[in-house]
Design a protein around this ligand. Structure first.
Ligand code: SF4
Length: 199
C-alpha cells in the first residue's frame, strides 16, 4: 500500500518507517507539526528528520508553511489541560494528514506518534480511526487509518538515533509540555512550588 506517514520527529520515525516497509508498504513521510515550541526546537527536529530522510532514502512532504505557533496557541485557549489539549493537537495534525492523503490518492495514513511510549497511544488510535470514519462521506473520500503499535521498535529508534547523532528532544513539543517537563528544575532554582499538571 502507499502510506502517508505523519512524522513528529526524526527519532520516532526510524523504527516506524522500517516496520511499515517490512510489511511491504511504500512510505511517504509528512512533516507537519505546528505544535512545536519554540522555533529553534522546530528547526532542530526538522533537521533530524532531514537526516532520517537521507539515511532511509525516505521521501518527505514538508509543510513548513503550516507552522504558525500563534494560531496554534489560540486554538488551545481554555483547553490547556493535557488530556484535552493533546486530543486537539493529535486531531489537528491527523486531520491534515488525512486530507493530504485523500488528495494524493494514498491507500492509508498513519503516524509516528504511535511509536512513542510517552504519548497517549489509545487516544491517538481513537482520533485516527475517528477521522477516517468521519470523512467517509466527504468530497475527497475517506482514507483508512493504519494503526500499528510501533512502540515495539522503541529501543531500536533510540539506539539508531544515538548512533546517527540526531537530535533527541526531551519534551513532547508544545510550550505547556516544556513547562511541565522542567517544572522540577524551575522549582529547584527559583524556590517557587512545582505546580501539578491536571489530566
Ligand atoms: S503535550 Fe504534546 S501532544 Fe500534547 S498538546 Fe503538547 S505537543 Fe501536543
Amino acid at each position: 500500500m502507499r502510506v502517508l506517514l505523519h512524522v513528529c520527529c526524526g527519532p520516532c520515525s526510524i523504527a516506524t518507517v522500517r516496520m511499515l516497509r517490512d510489511e511491504g508498504h511504500e512510505v511517504t513521510a509528512l512533516f507537519l507539526n505546528p505544535n512545536i515550541h519554540p522555533v529553534q526546537e522546530y528547526l532542530r527536529r526538522r533537521e533530524a528528520m532531514q537526516e532520517v530522510s537521507r539515511r532511509l532514502d525516505l521521501p518527505v512532504i514538508w509543510r513548513d508553511a503550516e507552522y504558525d505557533p500563534a494560531a496554534w496557541m489560540r486554538q488551545m485557549a481554555w483547553r490547556e489541560q493535557p488530556g484535552v489539549r493533546c486530543r486537539v493537537c493529535y486531531a489537528t495534525r491527523l486531520e491534515r494528514t488525512h486530507a493530504i492523503a485523500a488528495r494524493g490518492g494514498y491507500d492509508a495514513f498513519a503516524t509516528s506518534l504511535l511509536y512513542s511510549r510517552r504519548q497517549r497511544h489509545d487516544m491517538i488510535a481513537e482520533v485516527g480511526h475517528g477521522i477516517a470514519a468521519d470523512c467517509s462521506n466527504g468530497a475527497d473520500g475517506s482514507v483508512p487509518f493504519l494503526y500499528r503499535d510501533f512502540r515495539t521498535g522503541w529501543q531500536e529508534g533510540i539506539d539508531t538515533s544515538r548512533e546517527w547523532g540526531i537530535h533527541r528532544q526531551n519534551y513532547c513539543g508544545c510550550l505547556y509540555s516544556e513547562a511541565e517537563r522542567f517544572a522540577r528544575d524551575f522549582a529547584k532554582v527559583t524556590g517557587v512550588k512545582e505546580k501539578q499538571a491536571k489530566a
